[in-house]
Design a protein around this ligand. Sequence first.
Ligand code: TYM
Length: 342
Amino acid sequence: MAEEQKTGIVETKTVLSGIKPTGELTLGNYIGALKNWIGLQGQYRCFYAVADLHAITIDIVPSELRNRSLDLYAMFIALGLDPEKCVLFVQSHVPAHAELTWVLNCFTQFGEAKRMTQFKDKSQKNPQNINVGLFDYPVLQASDILLYQAHYVPIGKDQQQHLELSRVIAERFNNRYSPTFVVPEGIYPKFGAKVFSLSDPAAKMGKSEEDAGGCVFLTDDADTVRRKFKRAVTDSDTFIKYDPAKKPGVSNLLTIYASMAGVTVKAAESEFAGKNYVDLKEKTAEAVIETLRPKIEAFKKLRADKNYLAALMKSGAEKAAETARKTLAKVYKKIGFIDPRG
Ligand code: TYM
């Protein structure tokens, strides 16, 4: 700050994050990541990606991938990301992601990638398709981050291990050559870094959850949202208190309420003092519905305007590629690759 006053220049740090277009966006994605993305734009130089290269580590129908990528891009804007304030791009439009991944593969130990819990979980759930891409996924994620020299990465808790690996890879490369990559830090929401399933408060709320009743999608209609909250698992007590260890279901509802109503968990707890679980479920459902309603309306309009989205994607890709190319050129030079321009 003192420095800023002296020079009048605000040092602009860089933020990068991504979401894979493999399913509908969930409340977990919104509370755990997207809300932070929106808050960071304007303050930092932000790059946000539709991580479509990551999506093909599972078997996905081409038309579905195309539609989901467009949905996600339109949703970024509808939820409040402003293409004038941040760079919104589709990962496969910037070839440097795949190119840097090859290099970083050679700086990642097999044992490190094997320890990733998401790899273990996904291989267990899908034993017939344990492809090399699934194994390599965290290295691609490291490339996404390191290409932009990101200082900060706004994510939910489930991505922390991947971020740690990105840091290890960056440091290893920097030590082997000379400082090349910024070593990134995660940014997690104060509460809601892990939003749990409404039907199983011990499990993460996730797009691929078998029990769709426990997962609230941003595009769910109002009645579906009400029904899902009505059936949310709580406990046999009757009082409302934030205590994730003893009252995980109620604490999860309080977290969702606080995040959607824009209050702290403490304030939510006092607001519901003396009220019952039905009140908490109903009020939480309404907070979700009311917060999302205008955004979903905006999404529908944007999604219908394919030319507008295509133009934004093109300019986003150009801006992203410009930064990414610079990092890749630096990396190639340090490694000893010959510059084709002589
Ligand atoms: P993805 O697409 O699974 O999830 C996107 C973001 O949502 C967060 N999230 C949650 N946060 C809280 N509670 C939940 N229940 C919940 N579910 C999901 C995730 O932590 C994530 O921040 N590999 C990444 C996408 C990615 C990426 C990147 C992220 C690709 N490249 C570079 C950061 C930087 C993924 O699959 O997230």
